[in-house]
Design a protein around this ligand. Sequence first.
Ligand code: 6PG
Length: 241
Amino acid sequence: MAAMLAVEYVGSMSIHIFSNPADLAAAAATRIADAISATDRTFSLGLAGGGTPAATYRELAQADVDWSRVVMWLGDERWVSHDHEESNTRMARSTLVDHVLGTFLAPDTAFGDPHDAAAHYGETLMTAFHDGRPDIVLLGMGDDGHTASLFPDNDALTAEGVYLATWVESKQTWRLTASMPLLWSAREIIFLVQGESKAGVLAEIIDAGRPYPSQQVAARADNVHWMVDAAAAAQLRSVPR
Ligand code: 6PG
């Protein structure tokens, strides 16, 4: 059982702090597997991109889960082919999807236009969610406070709709991302955050509520759990340790 250093409640959010990334990944995989096993209906699991979740996905791929009821999808995707090294589809497949018998809905980045791809993917997702709401959505957080592909000072932050195409100036690239309203509709959100590079922004969000995109998601979602390692939690003032 992963060793959790502390859990703290700040508003409707809970912050779970783990000694190291391996304990974080084990605990996150257990939490997800338990949630899937707690129901007998179709269960949707939104997957975060980037690097942090890979260890959780590898653990989850080993869990005793009835994957036949699970629909996996991506909270965001880079506008690259699915075999590109930057592809979240590729990362999710190599660490989890190709190792389990679940359903995986990936955005089609071979579309000519990112807006069409985003709209099509959003329509597909809405048919897959139980009562139109995602069950668990996993999210990462960048050191600029972005989450999914919702970046600071970007029009996507206030866009309606389910899934969006957004030009990310800082990366000079298109991204596809779940919208704020879609993320807010989730039954549970789990942020997976690790590393000292995230410590400053995490403290600004948890201790001061600074409205980074990650904070904007957490502020209006129903049931938010931050699962973080000690390095990312190092500057938190509101969590006694
Ligand atoms: C992406 C992610 C993005 C990621 C953060 C953190 O496509 O890049 O969805 O929001 O979660 O950038 O990335 P790391 O976990 O690699 O630090």
